[in-house]
Design a protein around this ligand. Structure first.
Ligand code: PMV
Length: 379
């Protein structure tokens, strides 16, 4: 599929006036990381992620046809009509019950980027109401779940306008739109494992949207656990926009993109064979490679904290002393995602309580596991 397949050209707003749509959309954690992109949000390498379950954003989009967009005020086709209406996106945003003027520029940029593909947006006024299941300042990136949820709400509006749309197209376009807002958000629409980025060994993969891992996943990875240790609750030190830009003139960029694509080939086989040791080796190396890119960029950053390293060493010691398949991954921050098979839940949770919890801010951590993607909520 190409960009033009995602443009809605011919539509009518005759049977639509106002309503509301709600989506619950999870966060995701990359196993092979995306770090480096080209315009417009095209990844330099393929990435793969576990879709999460307990960490999600709940977003409601209330929509109302603008006065000047009502059929009696306009003439010609819907596309013609939209040329006649005011071109500013008209919306208010509430986050956890509070009106958030400071969230507006990000949403306005998102709407601007997607309007070519969803031209009906201009005809409506919106109120967006959003909340996260995890604390806002926890250092867990909310852009994947937040933008993912908004993209799905916009797609439900498109579905109301064009009811003939298939579910497969709905999900692809939701992922396509989400990608334009925040790259990793395109991996939050479905689950349990999503690949984003064109890769010769992943059938159907694309730079434009995320796809479900297309091969049979070994039982070892069913219901895999992710306990997120909140080492540093606070604003991100480096925004991902800045981070991706640092890959432009990075001395190791080319090699890194090659390494990531080769790790996609390897992890694809591992996910099918169930080889947990090989899984651990790829996932931990990916996390450290991502941070190595930040440490060797210009300017350079260390996003890990002393407690991040203490946790990593504790995990390595525990693994060496037991038969556990526990491992870690990191996002662009200090928090640690502790990954382990479902059957080790009890032993690993005991270990987390006795050895790792002390390194978390105010002992905070979140128990999560792999999920199946976003769900629409009927209110
Ligand atoms: O989606 P962005 O632009 O916020 O980038 C996210 C990049 C990482 O979270 C660090 C890695 C990834 O693949 O999710």
């Amino acid at each position: 599929m190409t960009e033009t397949d995602f443009i809605l050209n011919d539509f009518s707003l005759e049977n639509i006036s106002n309503g509301s749509i709600t989506w619950k959309t999870p966060s995701n954690i990359a196993l092979v990381k995306y770090w480096g992109k080209q315009e417009p949000q095209i990844p330099e390498n393929a990435s793969i992620s576990f879709t999460l379950d307990a960490c999600f954003t709940l977003t409601t989009l209330e929509y109302k046809l603008k006065e000047e967009s009502q059929p009696e005020h306009v003439s010609g086709s819907a596309v013609e009509m939209l040329k006649q209406v005011q071109h500013d996106h008209n919306f208010e945003i509430y986050f956890e019950g509070e009106k958030k003027e400071d969230f507006k520029p990000k949403i306005a940029t998102f709407f601007k980027r997607i309007e070519k593909h969803v031209p009906f947006l201009n005809a409506f006024e919106f109120v967006i109401k959003s909340e996260n299941s995890f604390p806002h300042s926890s250092g867990i990136a909310s852009s994947a779940s937040g933008i993912g949820a908004l993209a799905l709400c916009v797609m439900s509006l498109e579905k109301a306008i064009n009811p003939a749309m298939t579910d497969a197209y709905f999900n692809k376009k939701a992922s396509f739109l989400a990608r334009l807002g925040s790259g990793s958000a395109c991996r939050s629409i479905e689950g349990p494992l999503i690949v984003w980025g064109n890769h010769p060994e992943i059938e159907g993969s694309s730079d434009l949207f995320g796809v479900k891992f297309p091969y049979k996943i070994h039982d070892n990875f069913k219901n895999y656990q992710d306990t997120i240790l909140l080492v540093d609750e606070g604003e991100k030190q480096v925004s991902s926009t800045v981070g991706h830009q640092l890959m432009y003139n990075h001395p190791f960029a080319k090699q890194r993109f090659k390494q990531a694509n080769s790790n996609i080939s390897k992890i694809s086989k591992v996910l099918q064979s169930g080889d947990l040791s090989a899984f651990i080796a790829i996932v931990e190396s990916e996390a450290l490679s991502l941070h190595a890119m930040m440490m060797t960029s210009n300017p350079y950053f260390i996003l890990m904290k002393p407690n991040t390293l203490k946790i990593i060493n504790e995990i390595w010691d525990f693994r060496a002393q037991s038969n556990s398949n526990i491992c870690f991954t990191l996002d662009a921050g200090a928090n640690v995602h502790v990954l382990f098979p479902a059957k080790e839940k009890e032993t690993v949770n005991n270990f987390i309580k006795s050895n790792l919890m002390q390194f978390c801010q105010e002992n905070h951590y979140i128990c999560d596991s792999i999920g199946n993607g976003a769900i629409s909520i009927f209110k």
